[in-house]
Design a protein. Structure first.
Length: 303
């Protein structure tokens, strides 16, 4: 058995890129499901910047349900998927073959945020058209309506790729509107920001992608432009986990891009690296199984 495989038993990788993409993928949805089952994972979440992934997730569950992996999807509100739009959210929440097939997460944009668009050196007009969360006061429409839909359906709000300051404010507002399940991609955030979102009841997501060699390669994410993500050190990840506490941390792979190992292998390597910084097996289980399992309502687990 490879080192670290024991951490994969019962794990939930809520961030897998196995849907079609303009960058080649290392695996498709069915391969990712079979690989996850072979390694003992109990759930994978499909992230797609171009479309609501709930349909592919439902198809994978119907096709490979006997393998025991709960494949779930959701909507990232990027322009090709309908943008920041309450009707697109409504459709995603009901999309599938059966009543329970709908989106289990609704995410703010990943690359069409002003925060990321500026980092990517986009034109002023492009940046202007992207989403920004005001640092204080009310949210612009249609975000209040979207938060109400997320709260009513009790699914996960993923805050997308906004800045730490924006995320802290958004989490406050979302909690006040009744959103119970919040996941904040936090690999690039400051210790104080991560502490604030965890104190407010959200979970900080840390992903293998940002400490991997994928940060050294220009990749196309949503169009022909190639961009590199800023690398994060393992020491920083360790500090961010301590800031959030393992009880409020979710570890994910964010693999699927062709330059990284297949998702299960990427997650195994990530968990070994996190373990090497001093976290015991029980803390790892909390971060890669209990917490994402709870957030995304994945059956099974020890909690
Ligand atoms: Zn991703």
């Amino acid at each position: 058995m490879k080192p670290g495989m024991e951490h994969l038993a019962g794990a939930v990788d809520c961030h897998v890129h196995a849907c079609p993409h303009i960058n080649a993928r290392s695996v498709d949805v069915l391969e990712a499901t079979r690989d996850a089952a072979a390694a003992g994972l109990r759930g994978i979440g499909l992230m797609d910047n171009f479309a609501n992934s709930s349909g592919l997730a439902a198809l994978a569950r119907r096709t490979l349900g006997e393998l025991g992996v709960d494949v779930f999807g959701g909507l990232i509100m990027e322009p090709p998927a309908g943008g920041v739009n309450a009707d697109a959210v409504r459709i995603a929440l009901g999309y599938g073959y059966a009543a329970q097939d709908g989106a289990r997460f609704i995410s703010l944009p990943t690359h069409h945020t002003r925060h990321i668009a500026r980092q990517e050196g986009r034109t002023p007009q492009y940046v202007e058209a992207c989403l920004e969360i005001p640092v204080c006061g009310e949210l612009p429409d249609p975000l209040p309506e979207i938060l109400d839909l997320v709260a009513a359906h009790d699914v996960v709000l993923n805050t997308g790729h906004i800045s730490g300051t924006e995320a802290v404010h958004l989490v406050e507002i979302a909690r006040a509107r009744g959103v119970e399940r919040i996941l904040v991609p936090a690999s690039h955030m400051a210790v104080g920001e991560v502490r604030a979102i965890a104190d407010a009841g959200a979970y900080a997501e840390l992903s293998f992608f940002f400490i991997s060699h994928a940060t050294q390669v220009g990749l196309t994410h949503v169009d022909a432009e190639k961009n590199m993500a800023a690398p994060v050190t393992l020491a920083t990840m360790h500090a961010l986990i301590h800031a959030a506490t393992p009880e409020r941390t979710v570890l994910s792979g964010d693999c699927g891009v062709y330059v990284l190992p297949p998702p299960v292998e990427g997650l195994r390597e990530f968990l070994l690296m996190i373990e090497s910084t001093g976290f015991v097996a029980e803390a790892i289980r909390t971060m890669v199984s209990n917490n994402p399992g709870h957030l995304f309502k994945v059956p099974g687990g020890e909690h």
